[in-house]
Design a protein around this ligand. Structure first.
Ligand code: AMP
Length: 282
């Protein structure tokens, strides 16, 4: 696996491969890789000739400096995992180089940032949009892979790709879960043992809501989820709601939708976890 530090070398790597007629898949991450990230790599490997993964803990998307400072860094382990997953290039840009001569843009996010993560994390999605644009600018992939785990991020990037005409296909990858249902996340490493044991309640609540969706009212469905989450005293609920699957606007009626999304965020001690599930009409 090739290790790339300089952004222009990433562009060169892509250019050399493309000259050989090879397609490029790209998996942007913040490191501390787990099976969820590796699924993105596997999918990219299946669909593209060459795969590049980036590790960049993007300061622009952290509104809490403590969260940034505590973000796990495990580069040696990450490299080994990527090697064994068959990733061909690892791009770890230096912050100064990635943003050299660059003034962050204020993107029109189509209001998709108005709810859910948006209000709790001001500026977060602008930070994500800016770093993804910079990474795309250098890596120039044909296809870029993002997890449904970060549903709102994925929806915003799909919106931006269409609006800004980014010349890349955004590929959605399903959320990978632990056997007990907890969505894999680098943040899970920070949960204390008793918090880790309690955390799968998020998925239990989402599962219950999925079983009631479209047969119970939206309000009744949310109440059922809240009822489950209220049983866990370690959990401090930030939000639980149901949204339109296309624009993530909160909904109060199912209408004639075939699909909707339930989104949840909750603190377990100092660790904030998010999850979501697509609700489908039977
Ligand atoms: P992160 O390193 O947390 O920024 O995540 C990098 C990419 O991996 C993002 O597209 C995430 O949505 C995706 N990802 C993280 N956790 C999971 C998971 N459990 N299942 C699927 N994709 C994931």
């Amino acid at each position: 696996m090739e290790l790339i530090r300089e952004p222009h070398e990433a562009a060169l790597w892509t250019a050399l491969n493309r000259r050989k007629g090879l397609s490029i898949g790209f998996v942007p991450t913040m490191g501390a890789l787990h099976e969820g990230h590796l699924e993105l790599i596997h999918k990219a490997r299946k669909e593209c000739d060459r795969v590049c993964c980036s590790i960049f803990v993007n300061p622009l998307q952290f509104n809490d400096p403590e969260d940034l400072a505590k973000y796990p860094i495990r580069t040696a382990e990450d490299k080994a995992l990527l090697e064994s997953a068959g990733c061909q290039a690892l791009f770890i840009p230096l912050k100064e180089e990635l943003f050299k001569g660059f003034t962050p843009s204020q993107y029109d996010l189509g209001g998709i940032d108005s709810h859910w993560e948006g209000p709790s994390r001001p500026g977060h999605f602008q930070g994500v949009a800016n770093v993804v644009e910079r990474l795309f600018h250098y890596v120039r992939p044909d296809r870029a892979y993002f997890g449904a785990k970060d549903r709102q991020q994925l929806t915003i990037l799909q919106h931006l790709q269409a609006k800004q005409r980014w010349p890349v296909t955004i590929v959605e990858c399903p959320t990978v879960r632990e056997p007990d249902g907890l969505a894999m996340s680098s943040r899970n490493l920070r949960l204390a043992k008793h918090e880790r044991e309690a955390a799968p309640i998020l998925f239990r609540a989402l599962g219950k809501m999925a079983s009631l969706a479209f047969t119970t009212s939206v309000e009744g469905c949310i109440e059922a989820g809240q009822g489950i989450l209220a049983q866990e005293t370690l959990l401090d609920l930030d939000y639980l709601g149901i949204a339109d699957a296309g624009n993530l606007e909160p909904i109060s009626e199912w209408g004639d939708r075939r699909q909707a999304v339930v989104l949840v965020a909750a603190h377990f001690g100092e660790v904030r976890l998010i999850d979501n599930l697509t609700l489908k009409r039977a």
